[in-house]
Write a protein that binds this ligand. Sequence first.
Ligand code: NAD
Length: 324
Amino acid sequence: MGQKSAIVLGGGGFIGSHLVKRLKREGFWVRAVDLKYPEFSDSEADDMVIGDLRDAEFCSSIIDRKFDEVYQLAADMGGAGYIFTGEHDADIMHNSATINLNIADKAHKRNIKKVFYSSSACMYPAYNQEDPDNPNCAESSAYPAAPDSEYGWEKLFSERLFLAYNRNHGMSNRVARYHNIFGPEGTWRGGKEKAPAAVCRKVAMAANNGEIEIWGDGNQTRSFLYIDECLEGTLRLTRSEFEGPVNVGSDEMVTINQLVDYVADIAGKTLHKNHIAGPTGVRGRNSDNRLIQERLGWQPSQSLRDGLERTYEWIEQQVRRNTA
Ligand code: NAD
C-alpha cells in the first residue's frame, strides 16, 4: 500500500500545526494550508502552502487530488477578547463561512468523501449555560439554537453545511465540537489567546505575592482540553463510522479562579486576584462526554493539571525570552 496523504486546512494554526506533526509521526504525506506559517516552530508538513482559503480558485488548486484524510480547521477566530467584543463579528462570519463553503464544494467536486470539520462548543445555546454549576452541553441540546456569539452562529451554520453535503451529495463528513483546547505553541499574548494561556502568561509575569487581573468575578466555569487529547479525539472520529456532531472536550470543570490557583501553584507563587470588567462569555460550560464514550468507546481522560504543567513550562519560557 502506498503512503497515505492528508491535507490540513489551517495547518499554520495552533491545533493544525500540532495535527500536522501527529500525522507526520504516523507516516502520512501532509499538505498544510494557511495564511501564515506556524508561529512557534517550523511546519513539519511535506508541502506547506501559503494562501487564502476565501479564494475559491486557490481552494481548487490545493485540493488537487483525493487525499486520504482532509481536516478543515481554518477559521477566523480568537479568544474572548476577539470573539465576544462584537467588533469583529462581520469578519468572523464572512471569512469563516466563505472558507467552509469553498472547502465543502471543492472536496465534493474532487470526489472526496470525507472532511473533518472543527466546530465549537460556542454553538451551544446561551440559555443552557447560565448556571455555572450545571451547564448543559449535551449534543442534543443544540436546538432551539441561541449561541451567544456570531462565531458560534457561524459554527452552527457550517456544521449543518457539512452534514447537508452528507445527505445530498453522498459525503461522510465528520463534525466535532471542540471545547477550549490548550497547550504549548498556542497563542499566548496579543488578544487572541484563550484563558489557560492568558492565565499562564499573567502568572509567569507576576512577582511572587503580586497581583493578577482576571476578567469578571472568576466564578464562571469552563473545562479545558489538552492538545494531545484533542488530536486523539479528532483522529478517532475521522477514522470511525460516526459522523457526529460530537463533543471533543474535557469534563473536568473548573472556575476561572480555580484555574488561576492551579497555575499559581504550578509556578510556586502566591498571587492576589484583581477582578476587573472584561468579556467573559457564558457563565458555565463543560463538555458532556456521554456520546463520544458511547459511540467511540473513548473520551479524554488526562487531568487538567498535567496539561497545565506542560503549558506553563512553555509559556514561562516564552515570557523569559521576551523579557530577557
Ligand atoms: P488558530 O487561529 O490557531 O488556527 C486557525 C488557522 O486558520 C490560523 O492559522 C489562520 O491563519 C487560518 N486561517 C484563517 N483564515 C484563513 C484564510 N482565509 N485562509 C487560510 N487560512 C486561514 O485556531 P485553532 O485554535 O488552531 O483552531 C482550529 C479550529 O478549531 C478552528 O476552526 C476553531 O474555530 C476550532 N476550535 C478551536 C478551539 C480552541 O479552543 N482552540 C475551540 C473550539 C473550536
